[in-house]
Design a protein around this ligand. Structure first.
Ligand code: FER
Length: 667
């Protein structure tokens, strides 16, 4: 089959001059090419050149996949691609569609269906010119990355002569008319001939260009029929967002996936940008993937590849997978608690059986000045946890960082006495823990008290003000305020050889003094190459042997290098392009190979947690989606880190599925 790009360049160079003739003459069978043969900034036929204006959020979230994603592989089971005819009452003719049935298709199972629509110059065969959707799905299904599904590629030009002939733009009304043909003829024909599920959650609609506009128009206006919707470089036939989504709340409820994509060299990008801006304003979750292509087949093939991996997913909530093993938790950001990040909140509510406030209960957030407590966000977290049957976690009471200076200073600015500091610490703890008595079940009481350098204890302002016993005193105060709460000592790197002996020494001394401590928290800000997970297992065993529970309190698995060799640069903006490419290599999506290595590393970590589930009380991820992770600003600001279980679009990553597998195969 002729590949688009070969045509596009030479053809579109002379296209504008001879357009009227061209449209009616030699190119007639190739009109599909016409609209999309534009080079960057070349107008669609008969329209003025659109200026491409890119906004900061017009970024690529899914890395360009390999070109072989739709290769015909002899080593995987193949489905079937067949031409099917149906009688259309709408058009009054017998019409054609291509239908893919997956390997393993059988009458004994009900399959979901993707209706996949073509562009203005195409027909039921057009998708086959840009991609091999059948082989792509064979490959994805074999890899366990897509649900076995039927793909229906109908002819979206609902008129008697439905070939792409003549002035293809003149058939635009027939593309609108196809709504009736699809709903009244195509879908019934498919549902009577194939073994398919007839629920909306098992129907998806997507398309390219004119077919993208159709998919948005038909999908959004028939949410009782379709739950998964995709528009790839949608054309000007796309109706106004206000018309397609008159009731944003109802839409948000019903849409399982709304996927918009466009190339940043596509003159039609304004249409998708407008839709994205509307959805963003109305807080409707959606994917917006802007890659570097134009109005072309590579864009459509790549985005079909990502779309099909995200539809018909029936993911089991993590909290049910880990039920009876240990709590599986996540954090809620300030934005999520303020109702400004519904995607993060929804995922957290669905998947986590424990919820920690990422920042809202840190000392500077909850008592910014003496006696001035701000509980609104913490209250909200507790309420959300209760509503969802999740365990609320308190983080954190006593810490050297994000703690206001007033705790340690008198009115004269001089350091306060031990008595005053102790009194302020006790007041803070009794007020905060007391307020949530019986509601917040676990507390990070003291955070990061162990020194990285020589000696056991960090030279923290609390220690300077009170003395070494500030740790014991903090635990005693927390226990007095809520005797049933699980009290945790939380720190980073205490699983590693350089810090573990110090942690053991501190914990042993607290236990010997009968300090009310129940658990030790290993933060778990890990990376692909660090730590050696055997150290983690040793730490779990050694801490468990002290009679303490072990919590993994802040888990993430960074894939970026930790520091730039020989440079101390705090923000990406100050780096040279060479430094950026080393320090921030995955700005256009996480390559699949890296995502899979990360999944393997998460699986290894969870295999250890599961082996020691008698000791592990909880594993909490420090964030929900990659986009919301603190690591995007640590240790270098402005990076694109990919450390969590959900990607920037909110879709589960390979790591999500690998830890599910680990849980399922654990005893
Ligand atoms: C237009 C430009 C492009 C238009 C449709 C298209 C209806 C469709 C392009 C395609 O399907 O490739 O102005 O108006």
């Amino acid at each position: 089959m002729m590949k688009k790009s070969i045509f596009a360049t030479s053809f579109s160079d002379w296209l504008p001059n001879i357009l009227p003739i061209a449209v009616t003459l030699a190119i007639l069978p190739l009109c599909a090419t016409l609209a999309r043969a534009q080079e960057p900034n070349r107008p669609p036929a008969g329209r003025p050149a659109p200026q491409i204006m890119l906004n900061p959020e017009d970024i690529q979230i899914f890395a360009d996949p390999k070109t072989t994603i739709d290769a015909n592989r002899p080593d995987v089971p193949h489905g079937k691609l067949e031409l099917v005819e149906y009688d259309s009452k709408t058009v009054g003719t017998r019409r054609k569609m291509m239908v893919y049935t997956p390997p393993g298709y059988s009458k004994n199972k009900k399959f979901p269906v993707l209706y996949l629509l073509h562009g203005i110059g195409g027909d039921e065969n057009e998708w086959g010119r840009f991609a091999n959707p059948n082989w792509m799905l064979d490959n994805l299904i074999a890899a366990g990355k897509a649900t076995p599904m039927i793909i229906v590629m109908p002819n979206g030009r609902a008129q008697k002569n439905d070939r792409a002939e003549g002035n293809v733009f003149a058939s635009a009304p027939a593309f609108a008319m196809f709504e009736q043909d699809l709903l009244k003829d195509v879908i019934p024909a498919i549902e009577s001939r194939y073994s398919v599920s007839k629920s909306r959650e098992d129907r998806a609609i997507a398309g390219l260009s004119m077919g993208g506009g159709q998919s948005l128009n038909f999908g959004l206006q028939h949410l009782d029929t379709f739950a998964w919707i995709g528009g790839f470089s949608s054309a000007p036939n796309t109706k106004a967002p206000e018309e397609l989504v008159p009731d944003p709340n109802a839409a948000q409820e019903k849409i399982k996936l709304l996927y918009l994509s466009c190339g940043n060299k596509d003159g039609l990008i304004g249409i998708s940008q407008k839709m994205h801006a509307f959805l963003k304003e109305k807080e409707i979750s959606h994917i917006w993937n802007v890659d570097s292509y134009g109005h072309d087949g590579t864009h459509w093939k790549n985005n079909l590849y990502y779309f099909t991996q995200r539809i018909f997913m029936k993911t089991t909530p993590l909290k049910s997978v880990f039920q009876g093993k240990f709590l599986i938790g996540g954090t809620l950001s300030i934005a999520a608690l303020d109702g400004k990040n519904p995607a993060e909140l929804n995922l957290a509510q669905t998947h986590f059986s424990a919820l920690t406030p990422e920042n809202s209960m840190k000392p500077d957030a909850i008592q910014p000045s003496e006696g001035n407590f701000t509980f609104e966000r913490a209250d909200r977290l507790v309420e959300i946890a209760q509503k969802n049957g999740a365990t609320a976690i308190g983080h954190c009471l006593v810490w050297h960082s994000q703690t206001p200076r007033w705790f340690f200073q008198g009115a004269n600015g001089q350091p306060v006495t031990r008595e005053v500091a102790l009194e302020r610490m006790r007041k803070h703890i009794s007020t905060v823990v007391g307020r949530y008595k019986g509601k917040i079940k676990q507390w990070d009481v003291v955070n990061e008290a162990i020194n990285d350098g020589p000696g056991v204890l960090r030279d923290s302002p609390w220690r300077r003000a009170i003395g070494d016993d500030y740790i014991a005193e903090a635990f005693r105060a927390a226990h007095a305020a809520d005797p049933k709460a699980i009290l945790i000592y939380n720190d980073y790197n205490i699983e590693l050889g350089y810090k573990r002996p110090k942690a053991i020494e501190l914990l042993k001394s607290l236990i010997a003094q009968k300090v009310p401590i129940n658990a030790v928290g290993i933060q778990g800000h890990w990376r692909m190459d660090n730590p050696d997970l055997t150290e983690v297992e040793t730490a779990i065993k050694e801490f468990g042997a002290l009679g303490l529970k072990v919590m993994i309190t802040e888990l993430d698995m960074g894939v970026l290098p930790s520091r730039y060799q020989g440079a101390d640069i705090s923000t990406i903006e100050r780096m040279t392009p060479e430094q950026v490419s080393v320090m921030n290599p995955y700005t256009k999506g996480l390559p699949e190979t890296v995502a899979e290595q990360q999944a393997e590393r998460y699986r290894q970590a969870f295999d250890i947690f599961l082996r020691h589930k008698e000791v592990i009380g909880r594993v909490t991820l420090w964030g929900v989606r990659d986009s919301d992770s603190w690591l995007n600003n640590f240790p270098v600001r402005g990076r694109t880190e990919h450390a969590l279980l959900f990607d920037r679009s909110g879709a589960p990553k390979p790591a999500f599925f690998s830890i599910q597998k680990a849980a399922a195969s654990a005893k």
